[in-house]
Design a protein around this ligand. Structure first.
Ligand SMILES: *[C@@H]1O[C@H](CO)[C@@H](O)[C@H](O)[C@H]1NC(C)=O
Ligand SMILES: *[C@@H]1O[C@H](CO)[C@@H](O)[C@H](O)[C@H]1NC(C)=O
Ligand SMILES: *[C@@H]1O[C@H](CO)[C@@H](O)[C@H](O)[C@H]1NC(C)=O
Length: 182
């Protein structure tokens, strides 16, 4: 029984490797940012740019209107497009202020944050008393990273992040993408 299980796990790992490392491609197709509370946050810009086949990036700038901000939670949800977008596997809320105080306490979030922080001015713990900027975050590498850790089937996906401050949703960022395997 134990041997069978080991074989199964080995097989599964090879399978996941095969699918995710070699044969899948995540294409980001659209980004939408929306302020849900215009007294709290304004979206100054939010766009995708495709420079060439290998260099594509995301830039976002958000003006915070009630500084300093000392409480930030981010809700991450992944949706798959079937008949409309349906929740798919990942649904996590991260207390950003707590996380930034001790990033090592959450290795999964840290993995993504290590990438994100290179392009953002959110590299320090709360409070935030400045605009939030994500500058030219290249998404070809996100692509590689996401498909390596998150094996999932071909299809259209929407990755939503809700930005919550003092218990109220203030802004939402939606990233649309398609995953093809071949
Ligand atoms: C794509 O554009 C970037 C930035 O301008 C450049 O460094 C890179 O060499 C380009 N890649 C290709 C394949 O043209
Ligand atoms: C995430 O979980 C919350 C509460 O558990 C639920 O209300 C929400 O609909 C879920 N969203 C997704 C995308 O699964
Ligand atoms: C982020 O920047 C650091 C230092 O410049 C670099 O060592 C690291 O490889 C970068 N991380 C990613 C994921 O690009």
């Amino acid at each position: 029984m134990a041997i069978k299980l080991n074989l199964f796990v080995a097989f599964l790992m090879i399978y996941i490797y095969y699918i995710t490392e070699v044969y899948s491609r995540l294409e980001v197709t659209n980004i939408q940012c929306k302020s849900l509370d215009k007294d709290f946050a304004l979206i100054e810009n939010c766009f995708l740019k495709s420079v060439n086949r290998s260099y594509k990036y995301i830039s976002i700038k958000v003006n915070l209107l009630q500084k300093p901000v000392t409480n930030v939670k981010v809700h991450f949800g992944l949706y798959q497009r079937l008949n409309g977008y349906k929740p798919f596997l990942y649904n996590i809320t991260l207390d950003a202020c707590k996380f930034l105080k001790s990033p090592k306490s959450n290795p999964v979030a840290l993995y993504f944050y290590n990438y994100f922080k290179n392009f953002s001015n959110m590299q320090h713990p709360c409070p935030y008393d400045h605009d939030i900027i994500v500058d030219k975050m290249s998404y070809d590498s996100i692509n590689n990273m996401a498909t390596k850790v998150l094996p999932f089937p071909e299809g259209n996906y929407m990755f939503e992040t809700d930005w919550i401050s003092y218990g109220i949703r203030r802004a939402v960022v939606k990233l649309y993408s398609s995953l093809t395997t071949y």
